[in-house]
Ligand binder design. Structure first.
Ligand code: FAD
Ligand code: FES
Ligand code: FES
Length: 1324
């Protein structure tokens, strides 16, 4: 594939590997091709991981390196994404840059929709997308008032006085100082097309000749004429025709498909011809979906609307199908022939009477795309030697209407759960159905037809009774087994009905329009049956799309104090110091390190059994694979064969037993990854399965399978208090796990120096010290972390174990060994956030006061303890969140199961803990029939108080955040609007939630709170700073540069922050728990203060001197210009016996208000607006901190509403890549996303009065969860249901829709529990 060719052969490492399957966009490049027909150059973005190099004959490929660099000139796209703070860890940035760059090549002045469409196929796990969009938006001429922090042209905040409108909200215009901005738009390079590389002229002239490439195991043939193609397909009927390679490619990569011959007809002109006739349009089967989309968009403008029903339905689907990069290469023919069960286009083609023109040696034929064409999973009725030449899409006829709908786990770039095309034709002048065709995807092995349902409707009037009969018939006709692959059986079945209902309403609307325009002579009431017209308007909400237009957002922060030196960068929104090199692709990540001489690659072999004894490991066949050098097993580990976390040993490689699918058993090392993979597949492990593996917490409770100790904490007397309350309510909530999905997978290179057992470990991790292993003294192992492409807690313990294995391999072979996990391996092996079952019993009074609460937390730890015992402690320490419940008890337990071991994840148990608490508050509110915000306010800490572990704190700033959040979000009046909206809309409901947070900073583990630094001043005045923190995108190096700049009184440009290196700063502590800056900042400050002091004599000698002269004098006077700095950390403790302590240094506070709109028929939702107010003390760098806030919020939104890990009944993780596991994309960000940093807040406990911010805001993503729950509650009222109900997290469309309890979900008969095996486990 092009990706490995670029990275390994050409050493162009700016293009990144994120998933290898087209799902993340990290590998985006621009492909340019000459179009002989139009004599133009077509530029399109594509995923290099799916682009076969052989297919690029005649194409020019532009990578991120080709558009700009720091040595010559940075391209404006690179510059603007960087300056707008759109690059944190930077791993996604080159892909983002290339998507945007390609857009600009095609449209130099894009609108907002163009931008979000272009970025739709690119994932970012750090930023929350807003700053990336803001950077890209600077190319758009669409000037909104208050755009980019009030910097839009003509904006009132720029000093103009016209009233400006942001959405529907007026902003009062008053004379005031312009607020500080995150970046300055005046300062940006203009877009200069002359900077673009020209298309190589020789490619225009290139002769078109057939080509054949012969590989080790495969032959690639690329014909240029149709005759040749027919000939080839006749000779090799089983050979696939590779067009976009978006189906064949993933099949080869992930499913092990192998084709000895591949035919690539991308240069056969006939496959790209487009013919327009009055009857319809005929697309060559090779046309990409983007070309089809663009041409259809043109046609719907050109021809009368009534003829474009099928075209518009296709456009409806094409707008959401895959990402831009996929649509740019995937062909229309490939999409049809792939015959995906959930293809979006096939139901429309089939319902729309489209036809295929097919050619083979026997001649041409026309095939109607209907139920007889799709014969099974990935199978059609095409003969093996037949080639699809073109696809004919007819114009719609008079009286014919068509619609398409889809519901997917994510709004965009996700295969649909259910997708459909529906077409009806009425007898002229009436509402009697002449033809009806309904096809679904996602409810069977292939595209299926609802033939019987259609037959039941044809010949009848389109009215309420007819449709009611249709639902009954449909329910019978489209039925799924309760164990159906993919699960979500009830949801899918309900979607078939509710999507038909949407179609029904659309048609009623259409018929109604026809009545008004006189083309239909029927009384309206005959159409609507018993429905009142007013009711019909309420129902119309079913067909109105959810809002999707992004609104300008605000980021408000405090300016630095007047008089602060211009050279002092502290408190200013300084760009991430590597942002530009990240955007140009020059930033070096672990796998970008050039291959060493003799380097080997390591691939892990993992268990396929959930719990079994290992009887034998047979490595003989693996060793016979050419290139395989060794297989490392536990026996090869020279020292301790385990690592110890929180006092519990964990095997590095399984010794006698495996305890989960994915348990690491051994590792194959070979000359390259391909050979190592082949070897790994040939390792034979004989197992003896152990009975009764444990997967869920219920099973763990039943078998008492726990990691000990369990924890308990109590304030007051809970049992007694329950006797004195007005109400008692018991409820529970389940919270699923969360995959870290750092964009850079686990990566490391271990290099033995060959002498005195020295090892150099280059690694992407949060805790460099851990990587030093194996009985070799630490003074021989230097660990280097330049930067980490995202970590979020997932690169501490698990990375250390993989580093141990890689080090053993390097030590044993004496050669450098590289281990870079593929996305699927990474997701399988490295664990996730702990899923939790939370139960609560709450006692409260009629006025809303909560008097007693008893909470139980069961965390699914997986097969090893890892840090689970710390997680369950943190859960208990946070269960009060912002509330003073006088009698409060919490118990938590880490359940030992046979799933991959779970580990630290941003928030470390707090997001699970507080969700249970807030759910309890929500239940109290629902019981009392009031808004949850009222209950929150009644029970919030109000004055200096003791927490449940007897730690005194002042909640003043918590209350300030809460009040400001309500004020800034206009909570009161929007609550009323939400209620009004819900009255007026039957099928769309809005919901709101405001959530507070009190989050501790620092960790109770005393030893990991210290930090050290090393600062050198060189004779030329430049300064080098090393510290123990790792740069993972959180901007720690940028902040350290700011600290050193302030302390040494020199410009930041003189300071360089080197990689984290254990030879420079030993005994580093993990960069985690939001205290990286607090601890390392103090250590850097300490070293700089020492040095500044040392320079005092020379400054005194020459007060008029400069930094340079002082440094020179100091050197001459033999003053040491190098110093270490140290920070001991706070003396914190927690005594679990006494249930009291001071486990934290201080709290970060905040509040967040979110509003959502939910489509009750599909469970789809959109976050309409989010306002966050955070108290982070005095921000050292507001752009970095706001970036952390936005990024954490979106990650929380993913946790609570989208991200779902699914396991098979035998404990195999299904969700092993972006195709199955959906993290938020640009389509998921709140339409309006305002962040305010609380002003005037001080914090004596951390550097420069700042506060840690990496983790806290993640929990505030739950405001979207509770807003959805609020909307669902409104929907349930329509079904006559009031009072508390359970909505588990994540609130996926499936859970949301089923909780809404619509007439359609009610129709689905529930399968009898125990009578079938569900497709997936119910975790936790
Ligand atoms: C990340 C990702 C997201 C996706 N999202 C969606 C989505 O949301 N909705 C959706 O519907 N699809 C989605 N897809 C599927 C995608 O649309 C199809 O894979 C694509 O359309 C197939 O076209 P291709 O040109 O890439 O086919 P290829 O992979 O090149 O070929 C696929 C098959 O079609 C056959 N074939 C190709 N052309 C011809 C021809 N002319 N005659 C006969 N046989 C032919 C080949 O032999 C092969 O068997 C997604 C795919 C990916 C990778
Ligand atoms: S690496 Fe290519 S799309 Fe993810
Ligand atoms: S900056 Fe986007 S993934 Fe890290």
């Amino acid at each position: 594939m092009l990706l490995s060719y670029l990275r390994e052969r050409l050493r162009l490492t700016g293009t990144k590997y994120g998933c290898g399957g087209g799902g993340c966009g990290a590998c985006t490049v621009m492909v340019s091709r000459y179009q002989p027909g139009t004599k133009t150059i077509l530029h399109y973005s594509a995923n290099a991981c799916l682009l076969p190099v052989c297919q690029l004959q005649g194409a020019a490929v532009t990578t991120v390196e080709g558009i700009g660099n720091t040595k010559t000139r940075v391209h404006p796209v690179q510059e603007r994404i960087a300056k707008a703070h759109g690059s944190q860890c930077g791993f996604c940035t080159p892909g983002m840059v290339m998507s945007m760059y390609t857009l600009l090549r095609n449209k130099p002045q894009p609108n907002m929709e163009d931008i979000t469409v272009a970025l739709g196929g690119n994932l970012c796990r750090c930023t929350g997308y807003r700053p990336i969009v803001d950077g890209c938006k600077t190319f758009s001429p669409e000037s909104n008032c208050c755009q980019a922090n009030g910097n839009g042209a003509g904006c009132c905040l720029n000093g103009d006085f016209e009233m400006c409108f942001v959405g529907t909200h007026d902003i009062d215009c008053v004379f005031q100082e312009p607020p500080p901005q995150l970046f300055d738009q005046e300062d940006l390079l203009p877009l200069d097309p002359t900077q673009d590389l020209i298309f190589p002229p020789e490619l225009i002239m290139e002769p078109q000749v057939s080509q054949l490439f012969r590989g080790e195991r495969m032959v690639w043939v690329s014909p240029v004429s149709l005759e040749e193609l027919i000939q080839l397909k006749t000779s090799h009927p089983q050979a696939p025709l590779v067009m976009g390679n978006t189906n064949i490619g993933p099949d080869i990569k992930f499913k092990g498909a192998w084709h000895p011959i591949i035919i690539s007809p991308t240069r056969v002109q006939e496959l790209f011809e487009v013919t327009k006739t009055p009857q319809g349009v005929c697309f060559g089967a090779g046309c990409s979906l983007s070309v089809v989309k663009a041409l259809l968009e043109g046609l719907v403008q050109e021809i009368p609307e009534e003829k474009t029903e099928i075209y518009r339905s296709l456009l409806q689907q094409l707008g959401n199908l895959g990402g831009q990069q996929i649509r740019n290469v995937a062909s229309i023919g490939g999409n049809i022939v792939s015959a995906y069960p959930n293809s979006d286009l096939n139901p429309v083609f089939a319902a729309g009477n489209c036809t295929l023109n097919v050619v083979s040696k026997r001649g041409r034929r026309e095939i109607l795309l209907n139920k007889d064409f799709f014969v099974g999973f990935g199978k059609t009725s095409l003969k093996p030697d037949e080639i699809v030449l073109s696809v004919f899409i007819p114009v719609s006829r008079q009286g014919e209407f068509m619609r398409a709908f889809r519901q997917a786990p994510r709004k965009e770039n996700a295969l649909a759960t259910v997708t459909t095309g529906m077409r009806v034709m009425f007898i002229e002048g009436s509402s009697v159905v002449k033809e009806l065709s309904i096809y679904y995807g996602g409810v069977g092995p292939c595209t299926v037809s609802a033939t019987k349902t259609c037959a039941a409707v044809i010949g009848r009037k389109w009215d309420e009774q007819t449709l009611s009969d249709a639902y009954t018939q449909l329910l019978d006709e489209i039925s799924l087994s309760p164990s159906h692959p993919g699960g979500q059986v009830e949801f899918r079945r309900s979607l078939t009905l509710s999507l038909l209902f949407k179609f029904n309403l659309q048609m009623l609307h259409k018929l109604w329009e026809m009545v008004w325009t006189g083309s239909l002579f029927a009384p309206i009431d005959s159409l609507l049956g018993k429905l009142e017209i007013w009711n019909f308007y309420l129902l119309i909400s079913a067909i109105r799309p959810l809002p999707k237009q992004l609104q300008p957002s605000l980021q408000e922060f405090q300016a630095v104090v007047k008089g602060q030196s211009g050279d002092d960068p502290v408190g200013r929104p300084i760009m991430h110091r590597s942002a530009i090199s990240q955007a140009t692709g020059e930033a070096v990540y672990c796998d970008d390190i050039p291959k060493m001489d003799g380097e080997l690659h390591l691939v892990l072999v993992t268990s396929t059994r959930p719990h079994a004894k290992i009887l034998d490991i047979d490595i003989s066949e693996a060793l016979r694979v050419p290139g395989v050098v060794d297989v490392i097993t536990s026996k090869d580990i020279p020292g301790k064969k385990f690592r110890t976390f929180t006092g519990i040993d964990e095997d590095i490689l399984a010794q006698n037993e495996v305890s989960c699918v994915g348990h690491m058993v051994c590792a194959v090392v070979a000359d390259n990854r391909k050979q190592a993979k082949r070897g790994a597949a040939l390792v034979k492990i004989a197992y003896e399965d152990q009975p009764g593996p444990v997967f869920t917490v219920e099973e763990a409770i039943e078998k008492q399978s726990f990691f000990l100790p369990q924890r308990m904490i109590e304030r007051g007397n809970v049992d007694e208090a329950f006797d004195k309350v007005d109400h008692i309510y018991e409820g529970e909530i389940r919270l699923g796990g969360q995959e870290h999905f750092y964009m850079e997978t686990q990566s490391m290179v271990v290099v033995p120096s060959g002498e005195e057992r020295e090892l150099k470990v280059y690694i992407s991790c949060q805790h460099p010290t851990y990587a030093q292993t194996l009985g070799i003294p630490s003074n021989r192992v230097s660990c280097h972390v330049k930067r980490v492409g995202g970590a979020f807690g997932g690169k501490v313990t698990k990375t250390s174990i993989i580093a141990c294995i890689t080090s053993v391999a390097a030590w044993k072979t004496g050669r450098a060994v590289r281990c870079v996990l593929e996305r699927g391996e990474d997701m399988l092996i490295t664990g996730a956030r702990h899923p939790v079952l939370g139960k609560h019993k709450v006692g409260f009074m009629n006025d809303g006061r909560i008097i007693a609460a008893d909470l139980h937390y069961y965390a699914n730890s997986g097969n090893t303890a890892d840090e689970s015992l710390l997680v369950i402690e943190k859960i208990l320490l946070h269960l009060d969140n912002a509330y003073k419940v006088p009698n409060l008890r919490g118990r938590s337990v880490a359940c030992k199961t046979n799933l991959p071991s779970n580990t630290a994840f941003r928030g470390f148990g707090v997001p699970q803990s507080m969700l249970v608490t807030e759910n309890m508050i929500n239940d109290v509110a629902m019981k009392l029939g009031c808004n949850a915000e009222e209950i929150r306010e009644i029970n919030m800490y109000k004055e200096v108080s003791l927490t449940h572990y007897k730690f005194e704190f002042d909640p003043k700033n918590l209350l300030r955040c809460w009040d400001e959040c309500k004020e800034k979000s206009d909570y009161g009046s929007r609550r009323k609007s939400v209620a009004q909206f819900n009255q007026q809309n039957r099928w769309k409901k809005r919901g709101m939630a405001t959530i507070p947070i009190k989050f501790d900073i620092f960790s109770v583990r005393v030893s990991v709170r210290q930090a050290a630094s090393l600062v050198h001043i060189y004779k030329d005045g430049s300064v080098l700073v090393s510290h123990g923190g790792t740069e993972m995108g959180q901007g720690i190096h940028t902040k350290m540069q700011q600290v050193a700049s302030r302390e040494l009184h020199i410009p930041a440009s003189l300071i360089h922050i080197t990689e984290t290196n254990t030879s420079a700063v030993p005994n580093t502590c993990p960069s985690a728990a939001s205290f990286g800056t607090d601890a390392n900042g103090m250590a850097v400050k300490d070293a700089c203060e020492i040095l500044y002091q040392r320079l005092e004599p020379v400054r005194k000698q020459n007060p008029e001197g400069t930094w340079q002269t002082w440094v020179t004098s100091a050197f001459i006077q033999r003053i040491s210009l190098s110093a270490t700095g140290y920070y001991r950390g706070h003396d914190l403790y927690m005594d679990w016996e006494k249930q009291e302590g001071q486990p934290y240094a201080y709290f970060t506070y905040g509040a967040c208000c979110s509003e959502v709109e939910v489509d009750c028929l599909t469970g789809d939702y959109r976050t309409v607006r989010t306002d966050i107010v955070m108290d982070i003390g005095r921000s050292i760098n507001p752009s970095v901190d706001i970036g952390q806030i936005e990024g954490a919020f979106i990650q929380g939104l993913g946790l609570y509403t989208m991200e779902e890990l699914k396991f098979s009944p035998s404990g195999v993780l299904y969700t092993r890549g972006p195709s199955q596991y959906k993290i938020p994309a640009v389509c998921d960000i709140p339409l309006q996303f305002n962040v305010y940093l609380l002003s005037g807040s001080d914090n004596p406990h951390a550097i420069y009065s700042s506060k840690g911010i990496g983790e806290p805001v993640l929990f505030l993503g739950s405001s979207v969860f509770f807003a959805i729950k609020d909307a669902v509650a409104a929907a349930r009222v329509e079904a006559g249901m009031v009072g508390p109900f359970t909505l588990n997290s994540p609130a996926t469309p499936e859970r949301t829709c089923l909780a809404c309890n619509t007439p359609f979900t009610q129709k689905i008969p529930a399968s009898k529990q125990g009578s079938f095996q569900p497709w997936a486990l119910s975790i936790p």
